[in-house]
Design a protein around this ligand. Structure first.
Ligand code: ZN
Length: 202
């Protein structure tokens, strides 16, 4: 059976249709300006869309021998709340045994108390979007501190400025996005054109 993975264009159309990808003139909390903005939960609020995206990502993992040979004894791990629907969808498609998600608490990325007790299977880390890669790197540290091995990493959207691999494991993505960012308004093309900016949260 041939399993098709939707093209980057198809995935971008889904993100645009659901409002998860927006074009305009945006100012991030960092003060940086950008002509585009991703708010991924807008795509994951629709069950059918969430399923299509998660299944597509899971197919990329299934192609990896190191992953497929270890299923179902695999953990799917999300670095934050945004990745939870991705993690559940990927887990479902792969029939992986475990699922974990980390959260930022007191400035540190961690699992809820007692959650990590017992054996943690070899891990696939998944997220909805990887911008800088910081969240993934912190999650790798967390997972390694539990003595678990990282066998996969993936995201729906990866900014091209983010790392391509982590701990020797390539980061799989459905979309590799060339994000345009301006450090401030002086360099911003849209500011020069005088369009009204919109302030966005992460
Ligand atoms: Zn601007």
């Amino acid at each position: 059976m041939v399993e098709l993975i939707p093209s980057q264009d198809t995935v971008m159309q889904i993100l645009q249709r659901t409002g998860a990808f927006r074009e305009g003139h945006f100012i991030y909390p960092s003060g940086r300006h950008s002509p585009h903005y991703f708010q991924m939960p807008l795509a994951f609020r629709f069950y059918d869309t969430a399923r299509v995206l998660a299944v597509a990502l899971s197919r990329k993992f299934r192609l990896e021998k190191d992953i497929s040979s270890q299923l179902p004894k695999v953990s799917v791990i999300s670095p934050s709340s945004g990745g939870i629907p991705v993690a559940f969808g990927v887990r479902d498609a792969l029939n992986a045994e475990q699922i974990y998600w980390a959260e930022q608490e007191h400035g540190e990325r961690q699992f809820r108390q007692y959650v990590n007790q017992g054996e943690v299977n070899p891990c696939i880390i998944v997220d909805d979007i990887i911008r800088s890669g910081n969240a993934i790197e912190e999650t790798v540290t967390l997972v390694k501190s539990l003595g678990a091995r990282i066998i996969g990493c993936g995201t729906i959207v990866r900014f091209k400025s983010a790392p391509e691999e982590i701990e020797g494991v390539p980061i799989k993505s459905l979309v590799n996005f060339d994000a345009r960012m301006y450090d401030d308004g002086n360099k911003c093309v849209d500011c020069k054109e005088g369009t009204q900016p919109e302030h966005v949260r992460y």
